[in-house]
Design a protein around this ligand. Structure first.
Ligand code: ADP
Length: 649
């Protein structure tokens, strides 16, 4: 049996693994970068080791250092979690060479399934239905066009070493193919150090259905049913559920059998997921699903399977890694009820789902029957720009899909995360759409649901709270009431609301209370507690905070109001309005202008990197560059002024 495990990961998955390890009497060792020194996963573990160089964002990828940490802490095993090194065969090999147990599959299966071209070939051999396609490698331009025409446009160009949807390009016709292949290769080389791509038929508006599998070293292979993960943005999952809506027995038989064949064909051991896409235009049909890839690790969305099967998949991982048999036979694995998971990210759905790293000033998660929250953050935690911006997973279960869905809506409503932008209300609206409610969602549903990201105009009560907070109610936002005399007792506040300046007069009546007037109406506002306000006697559940030039009110929606910057009276009226500010915290990757340059509307002035993506910073209108405040390589904070521009009239 495993005695002590080092968890080579951070955030919610590290916390999740520690929980099961503790229950099983396995001692735990956390590792961390300095930004994570006070994270819940560090606190929860029995021991914690700071990685070096501690400030390096890449320290969670330092194979030698992590294996050394396991050895010095006398751990006998390493659990990789997901992401980072979990699907890196070199890591699994190093762990094994050091005499430690890798809580994951054998090195060779990670290698085979890690490359889409090899995996495709092995699956075809094993008789598993695979999306029609071919590897691009070795094809000349005309052969490429010929083969792609044969499988039929549109096609998808995919990096073989891909993950997270990075580098995928859809192509509608042969003339676009060479450019798309070249672009995908460039992105693949940069992201994965491997430029090879495969070309696959693009299945129009499919559903993503995957099978959780488990295998042990004694030849037992089982599945624990399917998950539907069709709600995705940028080919990355947002909402997952088990079982899949509309799954009939014959389809389930066909897809789980294909998954078992895939797993057995590569000599798999441990927890894995075989991913398929299904053409569900005519319902889920047993002759219309195709293998996509196998993930040789625990998936982010594994909790929905746990909720409907009652299995602790992490416990099974530990047992199988220690050489034990899978604890139950296939016939004994049952499905009960329904579970849906929503991934709460620090990102801005209204702005192309751009990551929104920063400090979580306050985090409140629901504690309700049928709701499970997997989170690795708490109030005060940082969402660093270097890592995946997942804040928490909210999982709701119920007897029926509708029970689970309604619980999820309520749970998302009751969740409050202040300080960073999140996709909370987008998720809530998404799971209320007809497409989701009726179980008809596809991988294109989120793209068609852009309007869900629009935050409705705030009502008067929300504006009154925002003005109160801008004026300093409660004092210093530290929620310690009754200690201060307010100075001055009257302030004029300007907020930008829906793009327009609005003026408010704020008269402080006592600590934590004020009267807000906007010229026509007035409201009495009182801060009751950290997440509760009273406006004219009406109770409002909201957290309101000022950070920098913004006031954010997190209630039913997450509203953000800008406090206008003091404009230098010497400059013309338009100055400051077209300046380029950092849309998020990140690193400047390139700067293309210098003071004095004239730039056209839409031209790229600089680029920045955040959360593994590159973002272009463009001029809003024809302008003259008056100042460049950023340099390549510098870390900048969200809202920081990077390039000042004077518009050319
Ligand atoms: P990655 O390894 O980058 O995650 P996957 O092959 O797992 O890539 O695909 C991720 C998502 O991209 C799928 O869930 C699906 O939404 C979409 N996708 C992938 N291949 C196809 C395809 N051939 N046709 C349509 N959509 C696809």
């Amino acid at each position: 049996m495993i005695q002590k495990v080092l968890i080579a990961n951070r955030g919610e998955i590290a916390c999740r693994i520690i929980r099961t390890a503790r229950r099983m009497g396995i001692a735990t060792v956390a590792i961390h970068a300095d930004v994570d020194a006070e994270s819940p996963h560090v606190e929860m573990a029995d021991e914690a080791i700071a990685l070096e160089p501690p400030s390096s964002a890449r320290c969670y990828l330092d194979i030698d250092r992590i294996v050394e940490a396991a050895l010095t802490s006398s751990a006998d095993s390493v659990h990789p979690g997901y992401g980072f090194l979990s699907e890196n065969p070199e890591f699994a090999a190093h762990v094994a060479q050091a005499g430690l147990t890798f809580v994951g599959p054998p090195v060779e299966t990670i290698r085979v399934m890690g490359l889409k071209d090899i995996a495709r070939a092995r699956m075809i051999e094993a008789g598993v239905p695979v999306v029609p396609g071919f590897p691009e490698h070795g094809c000349g331009e005309s052969e490429l066009a010929g083969k792609a025409t044969e499988i039929g446009f549109p096609v998808l160009v995919k990096p073989v070493a891909g993950g997270g949807g990075i580098g995928m390009k859809s192509v509608d016709g042969a003339d676009e193919l060479p450019a798309a292949v070249a672009a995908a290769k460039r992105e693949a080389a940069a992201a994965f150090g491997n430029e090879a791509v495969v070309i696959e038929k693009l299945i129009d508006d499919p559903r993503h259905v995957e099978i959780q599998v488990f295998a042990d070293r004694h030849g037992n292979v089982v599945h624990t049913f399917e998950r539907d993960c069709s709600l995705q943005r940028r080919h990355q999952k947002l909402v997952e559920e088990a079982p899949a809506p509309g799954m009939q027995a014959h389809m389930r038989n066909a897809i789980t059998s294909a998954a078992i064949s895939a797993t057995s064909a590569v000599g798999y051991v441990g927890a894995g997921t075989v991913e398929f896409i299904a053409d569900a235009s005519d319902g889920l049909r047993s002759d219309r699903f195709w293998f996509l890839e196998m993930n040789t690790r625990l998936q982010v969305e594994h909790p929905v399977t746990e909720e409907v099967t009652g299995i602790d998949l992490v416990e099974w991982q530990f047992r199988v890694a220690a050489g034990e048999r899978i604890p139950v036979k296939q016939e004994r694995i049952g499905l009960k009820g329904h579970a849906i998971e929503a991934r709460l990210y620090a990102e801005d759905p209204a702005n192309g789902f751009l990551p929104s790293p920063g400090r979580i000033a306050l985090a409140r998660f629901p504690d309700a029957k049928g709701v499970r929250v997997e989170s690795g953050v708490r109030s005060g935690s940082q969402v660093p720009s270097e890592y995946d911006p997942l804040i928490a997973k909210i999982i709701a279960s119920g007897k029926t899909r509708e029970d689970a869905r309604l619980r999820l809506v309520e749970a998302l409503d009751a969740t409050r995360v202040a300080g960073v932008r999140t996709n909370r209300t987008f998720l809530r609206e998404l799971v209320r759409t007809d497409a989701f409610t009726t179980g008809q969602m596809t991988t294109g549903t989120v793209n068609r649901a852009e309007d869900l990201a629009v935050v409705p105009s705030p009502h008067q009560e929300i504006l009154a709270i925002a003005a109160a907070v801008a004026a300093g109610i409660p004092e210093g936002n530290d929620w310690a009431f009754g200690f201060a005399l307010w100075q001055p007792l009257f302030r004029r506040i300007v907020l930008i609301v829906d793009g327009m300046e609005r003026q408010f007069g704020v008269s402080v009546t006592s600590s934590g209370e004020c009267t807000i007037g906007d010229g026509s109406e007035s409201a009495r506002v009182r801060a009751v507690s950290v997440d509760r306000w009273d406006v004219n006697g009406l109770p409002i559940n909201a957290i309101a905070l000022r950070s920098g030039d913004f006031v954010r009110v997190h209630g039913r929606h997450d509203w953000q109001f800008e406090l206008p910057v003091q404009v230098d009276p010497g400059r013309d009226d338009h100055a400051g309005l077209v300046d380029v500010r950092a849309p998020m915290t990140g690193r400047i990757a390139s700067v293309h202008v210098q003071p004095g340059d004239r730039v056209e509307a839409g031209s790229c002035l600089a680029t920045m990197e955040a959360m593994k993506m590159e973002h272009s910073l463009e001029a809003a209108q024809d302008s003259k560059v008056t100042g460049v405040m950023c340099t390549v390589g510098r870390q900048v904070r969200e809202g920081e002024l990077l390039i000042s521009l004077d518009p050319i009239q």
